[in-house]
Ligand binder design. Structure first.
Ligand code: SF4
Length: 350
């Protein structure tokens, strides 16, 4: 990285010493593992939500060895509700890789860390900077917003030249010393003052020299991504409930939404659901009854779930294969369930 005098580091460090966040659970005992777990959870998720998940996850899996030895179902169970489950699957896969290829030691150096599944350049930098005080730059959403505004970098980050310029600035601004504190400080500034809507410029330690403030362009910078056109999808879900309070679940394919998690069998049409009920459950079941639809928003599309409740005989538990299980809604097993499915099943139990 270029050895420049950072134009913002001293002010950020001074501000963070007085106003930064110092009591987050991952700021205590900053091992690479704990910082890694927190960084992955914090992608797409707010700090306030992550805290409880982080505490539960690290209590159950206190280190890489424990995570690597765990069953994927239990990992997904502890992730249930956080969303973006590929993060959990990658975390688990990476823990096994570290155990098998790095002797259980979190790897050293940016390249080796970036080579792990689910860890991009910014996350690798954040882990090494915060846990080992290595001089590595970060460019997460918060840092990107601060830098794009302070230096007035216009253009969408999908443009390679814009992204390259932001990385160049991120590296130039990273100080030689106090890298861990600086990394936390720039993230905190972006999360608390230099927020997307109505940044608190009068209280900002970087107000002097901020190009966006000087030219009144805070609303324009960073250049927003083009809004995605949201699609709507609809699925029919067969909720087969037997007299013992068991619901038939199947594991979702690894790729795609809710990959590796469990849900009642899903079908693209009511006819396909009816055929499944007839062919696989028919002999043991009463006619299907439609339950209220469930709406769920993913990043790129909205999903409408139409659950069809089918009451089966207790003996229906014979209908099962490797990809299916009967899940008791009154004494739930520790498996990964997407939040809307969890709520749907809890509704049946209540
Ligand atoms: S002065 Fe305003 S726009 Fe500039 S870095 Fe600070 S909060 Fe962001």
């Amino acid at each position: 990285m270029p050895e420049l005098n950072s134009p913002i580091a001293a002010r950020l460090l001074d501000w963070a010493a007085h106003h930064g966040r110092h009591d987050l659970p991952w700021q205590i005992d900053r091992t690479p593992y704990r910082v890694w777990v927190s960084e992955i959870m914090l992608q797409q998720t707010q700090v306030a939500t992550v805290i409880t998940y982080f505490e539960r996850f690290t209590a159950r899996f206190p280190d890489i060895t424990a995570l690597a030895a765990a069953d994927l179902d239990e990992v997904l169970h502890l992730w249930s509700g956080l969303g973006y489950y590929a993060r959990a699957r990658n975390l688990h896969r990476a823990a096994r890789l570290i155990r098998d290829e790095h002797g259980g030691e979190f790897p050293r150096g940016l390249a080796a860390v970036e080579a792990l599944p689910g860890i991009g350049r910014s996350t690798a930098g954040a882990i090494l900077a915060q846990s080992r005080d290595e001089r590595c730059a970060i460019l997460d959403g918060n840092a990107r917003r601060v830098l794009a505004r302070y230096f007035a970098v216009a253009g969408p980050v999908s443009d390679a030249a814009v992204l390259r310029e932001l990385w160049r600035l991120a590296e130039a601004c990273t100080p030689r010393d106090d890298v861990a504190a600086y990394t936390q400080a720039i993230m905190d500034l972006g999360a608390t003052l230099c927020v997307r809507d109505r940044p608190a410029c009068p209280r900002c330690p970087l107000a002097v020299g901020c190009a966006a403030l000087a030219t009144g362009r805070q609303r324009e910078l960073p250049t927003p991504r083009r809004p995605l056109t949201r699609a709507r999808r609809r699925v029919f879900m067969v909720v087969a409930l037997n007299g013992g309070g068991d619901v038939l679940l199947e594991r979702r394919p690894e790729s795609g939404v809710w990959g590796g998690l469990w849900s009642p069998p899903q079908f693209p049409s009511q006819e396909a659901a009816a055929a499944f009920i007839q062919d696989s459950l028919g002999a043991t079941c009463a006619p299907a009854r439609a339950l209220g639809s469930v709406e769920h928003a993913f990043t790129h599309f909205d999903l409408t779930i139409n659950p069809l409740l089918v009451r089966c005989e207790p003996t229906a538990t014979e209908i099962q294969d490797a990809a299916g299980l009967w899940y008791n809604i009154r004494s739930p097993a520790r498996i990964g369930l997407p939040a809307p499915i969890s709520a749907l099943l809890a509704g049946l139990a209540g």
